[in-house]
Design a protein around this ligand. Structure first.
Ligand code: SF4
Length: 375
């Protein structure tokens, strides 16, 4: 019987060092392997020519470099590319590549499904299944880079310059695996991405923001979406546990004394819910003394969603109020509408396996009724 092979994508540099030193190898082998796997995208040990024959043989016998397999690929007319990856047991995750002039952003998932029930989110309708391993997280980048190389042309080179951990799941509830993947994204021998170009997005797990600050220097995005606790609790239920003032304090800590890290406030624009000039002015007050940028995100509707996208006019008016108050504000372009680019949509279509979706929609309309009473 063949014992299960060790997936080397599961290891950061410290983990690989421990593995190879345990084999009686020199610790610098870890850096060599990271270069081969992550910098050059190699998965064939025999091609790793600066390793000894004996070491390569042992690697071939006992190890593998195995990202989750691509089950489906969709390409939008605007060039957005979405992959559905199988992670076993009939479960899937999504990874999305968004090309723009001079840059390319990869949106990575951190969990299979999500437990946090944000009421505007397609992933939430699927419930929570499990955390992804480091191999499944960094494997999304490994795969996307390889696939993009295959389809790139001289006139249209597709290069990943930015990573956002904004796919399925709450990354800060899978902190250990996520932190290891982040270190490979940042490492010079790995993907060598500057810290401003790697962003972890959280719905607001305040204690984990402090933990992340100890172990990483990447940029943070907080899914704020509302200027008051009352409204935010209806959109992002974890707000009842970690309300806005607790979160903003955690963000201040994350930014640090010397403003060495960057924080973005994400604000999904929901028609008639959180997009009025009153909300904009409340937001200006709430963010008054924190150094951050605000990113307005037009809602990406999904089948059965109880919300609608704000009108372009109200998004513009909202943007204008924030900008006038000297809050650095951007409005995200909507992308990939034709390939269900809203996070979790494609998986939802493929699975559609339980009554969770209906129960979720029922809960959402109830919480909306409660939330709207005070506004
Ligand atoms: S928005 Fe993020 S945290 Fe909230 S349910 Fe969706 S995946 Fe989970």
């Amino acid at each position: 019987m063949n014992p299960e092979k060790i997936n080397l994508l599961d290891f950061d540099e410290a983990g690989l060092k421990a593995l190879f030193v345990g084999w009686g190898e020199k610790s610098f082998r870890a850096v060599q392997l990271i270069r081969w796997m992550h910098q050059r995208g190699e998965d064939n040990f025999q091609a790793m020519t600066d390793l000894s024959n004996a070491f390569r043989l042992r690697l071939s016998n006992e190890c593998e470099i195995k990202p989750p397999p691509i089950s489906e690929e969709s390409v939008s007319v605007d060039g957005t590319r979405k992959w559905l990856l199988g992670v076993g047991g009939g479960s899937y995750i999504e990874t999305v590549f968004i090309p723009e002039p001079g840059r390319g952003t990869l949106c990575i998932s951190s969990q299979v499904g999500c437990a946090l029930n944000c009421t505007f989110c397609s992933t939430a309708t699927q419930g929570f299944n499990r955390n992804l391993s480091t191999a499944e997280i960094i494997g999304q980048l490994w795969l996307a880079r390889r696939r993009l190389k295959e389809v790139s042309t001289e006139e249209d080179p597709l290069v990943i310059t930015n990573i956002v951990m904004m796919g399925m799941g709450e990354p800060l509830l899978n902190l250990e695996a996520v932190t290891k993947a982040l270190s490979l994204m940042r490492a010079d021998e790995g993907y060598a991405l500057p810290r401003r170009r790697v962003t972890v997005s959280t719905s607001g797990v305040a204690p984990a923001i402090y933990e992340l600050a100890k172990n990483s220097d990447v940029s943070l995005a907080l899914s704020l979406h509302a200027p008051t606790n009352e409204l935010r609790s209806t959109l992002v239920p974890i707000n009842k546990k970690y309300p806005i003032e607790i979160l903003l304090e955690a963000c201040r800590e994350y930014i640090g004394e010397h403003k060495s890290r960057h924080v973005t406030m994400e604000y999904v624009m929901l028609r008639g819910i959180n997009d009025s000039p009153v909300h904009a002015r409340q937001l200006v007050r709430v963010l008054g003394n924190i150094s951050c940028k605000v990113n307005l995100i037009p809602f990406n509707p999904f089948p059965g969603a109880v919300y609608e996208r704000s009108t372009p006019e109200s998004i513009q008016a909202f943007h204008h109020i924030l900008a006038k108050a000297k809050l650095f504000t951007t409005t995200r372009k909507t992308r990939g509408d034709d390939i269900d680019a809203a996070c979790g949509q494609l998986v939802g279509k493929v699975l559609d396996r339980t009554k969770r979706h209906e129960r979720f929609l029922e809960r959402t309309s109830q919480s909306l009724k409660v939330g709207n009473q005070g506004n």
